[in-house]
Write a protein that binds this ligand. Structure first.
Ligand code: 8OZ
Length: 370
């Protein structure tokens, strides 16, 4: 049977009635102090509840895991309560929502770290790039990141437990599941890629070792909430935040194969055409082949994201390239995106100047069709 955007799909125990998912989108509007979801955030997600599945914005699992100003967390009581209001609003509209679990690793700054210590990473190598930090007046500014500290084995173990606790908190907050963010140059990706991992212990060197932390996190989180409630997001061949791997086909092929050991909700891959907010000029010509390889290796539901429109999404589903498509920017500016795609109606354009930070403008004021 051919798959299309408006055919149903089973994801874990959840029956989705279509395949237009909302991609995880950093919007930097969490309440301060404490990075707590607010009533405005509740309204934003409520408006988008017609998505087959909402994947929340990246959400730090611990204070150590934060790297950008005003991103929400899932490690305090207040944050759990804030997210509870989000999940209840989405469920009241008949929607489904997974919370994305995030640890940025070296893409951080002492301003975010407990006691102002250096951010942590697999290896003491700085990210070639900046992050969006807070100055002494609490204003968001782009800042250089320092050389991170190399994680000890005890530090790695604590992070696995932080993921476990965050997953439990997400379920306490009423989430239908969690997505482990293992892409875009953040902590788990820093371990996977040879460009950022030069460890000499069981977390570095060969592919099994570089994938070890991700797989330990998948195991801990699955153990905590059930694998059917767990998705994993990867960005093989992404170059964002200094990523690069010596043997990407072997590395990511191994990971996709290993992920079959759990009965996960889905595997989510990001097309490298769009990385963060920018078009990746260094598009890797091997991408198309690697996505087909991972499609063959991985036996569960495959989600793809990155620059899709109605036509290319239908094409990807019809050809069997993917089972479900996540839309990012179109969902920012079209809260009723599924209805518009279904009827092939025009889309509101998205205003890039209001993607990060600010208030309701460019957030909850995009119109739905009457
Ligand atoms: C854009 C700006 C800040 C964070 C990612 C969570 O790249 C992000 C992110 C994107 O996955």
């Amino acid at each position: 049977m051919t798959q299309h955007l408006f055919s149903p799909l089973q994801v874990g125990q959840i029956s989705l009635d279509h395949r237009v998912a909302m991609a995880p989108l950093t919007r930097s509007r969490a309440g301060q102090p404490g990075n707590v979801p607010t009533p405005l955030n509740v309204e934003y997600y409520r408006q988008r509840a017609s998505a087959a599945l909402i994947i929340s914005e990246a959400t730090q699992i611990s204070q150590q895991g934060q790297g950008y100003a005003w991103t929400p967390g899932i490690h305090s009581k207040e944050q759990i309560e804030g997210w509870k209001a989000v999940s209840h609003a989405v469920h009241a509209e008949g929607g489904t929502i997974f919370l994305q679990l995030w640890h940025v690793g070296r893409v951080s700054h002492p301003v975010f770290q407990p006691d102002g210590v250096l951010p942590v990473a697999p290896t003491a190598m700085p990210v070639p790039g900046k992050t969006f930090i807070l100055d002494e007046h609490g204003n968001g500014v782009w800042g250089d990141v320092p050389v991170p500290q190399e994680l000890t084995l005890a530090g790695i173990h604590e992070i696995v437990e932080d993921y476990r606790r965050a997953a439990r908190n997400a379920l306490t907050a009423g989430m239908d599941g969690v997505e482990i963010h293992a892409g875009n140059g953040y902590l788990l990706d820093q371990f996977i890629n040879t460009s950022s991992n030069q460890r000499q212990d069981i977390y570095g060197g060969n592919i099994e070792n570089r994938a070890r932390l991700l797989l330990e996190v998948v195991e801990a989180v699955s153990d905590e909430v059930g694998a059917q409630r767990v998705g994993v997001r990867l960005t093989p061949m992404g170059r964002f935040m200094g990523m690069g791997d010596a043997t990407p086909e072997a590395t990511f092929g191994y990971i996709a194969r290993k992920l079959n050991d759990w009965n996960l909700a889905y595997l989510h891959l990001v097309e490298p055409a769009i990385v963060g907010t920018v078009k990746d000029e260094q598009f890797d010509p091997r991408w198309d082949a690697i996505i087909k390889l991972l499609r063959d290796e991985y036996r569960g539901v495959l989600m793809l994201a990155g620059g899709y429109d109605r036509e290319s999404a239908e094409q990807a589903l019809a050809s069997g390239r993917a089972d479900i498509i996540a839309f990012g920017r179109p969902f920012i500016s079209n809260p009723d995106l599924p209805a518009r795609l279904r009827a092939d109606l025009p889309l509101n354009p998205a205003d890039g100047t209001t993607f990060f930070g600010g208030n309701a403008e460019g957030y909850t004021d995009y119109p739905a069709l009457a």
